[in-house]
Design a protein around this ligand. Structure first.
Ligand SMILES: C[S@@+](CC[C@H](N)C(=O)[O-])C[C@H]1O[C@@H](n2cnc3c(N)ncnc32)[C@H](O)[C@@H]1O
Length: 99
């Protein structure tokens, strides 16, 4: 029973689960996902230069995954504070990729 709860806990709280890379930064969004949660399906199901649409952008994890994998991205976020976090992450990733 404890093991089942542990596995379920991993699924519900993805940040605390095994998908998170060592050193990945936590931004102040309550349900931020580890980058790998987006990178794996994007890599498997889409091609370079495809356009990915995320209507619930949150801290922008999907956008960052798209940038790192050479996909185009369109996102929507209703909360200004999360939009600002996402925008900052996108700008920083852009800088790190093209410097
Ligand atoms: C589950 S979170 C996304 C978390 C994101 N995947 C991440 O890693 O940070 C869902 C987000 O959708 C936003 N949201 C909720 N309703 C929305 C709406 N109608 N339009 C745009 N964004 C919305 C919330 O503010 C929240 O930040």
């Amino acid at each position: 029973m404890a093991e089942i709860r542990l596995i379920l806990g991993d699924c519900l709280d993805m940040w605390g689960g095994y998908m998170r890379e060592k050193g990945e930064i936590r931004f102040s969004h309550p349900t931020q996902k580890p980058l790998k949660v987006f990178k794996i399906p994007i890599q498997d199901w889409t091609d370079k230069n495809d356009i990915i649409f995320d209507p619930y952008m949150g801290s922008g994890t999907c956008a960052v995954a798209c940038q790192e994998l050479g996909r185009n991205f369109i996102g929507i976020e209703i909360e200004p504070k999360y939009y600002e976090i996402a925008k900052r992450r996108i700008d920083q990733t852009m800088e790190s990729l093209f410097v």
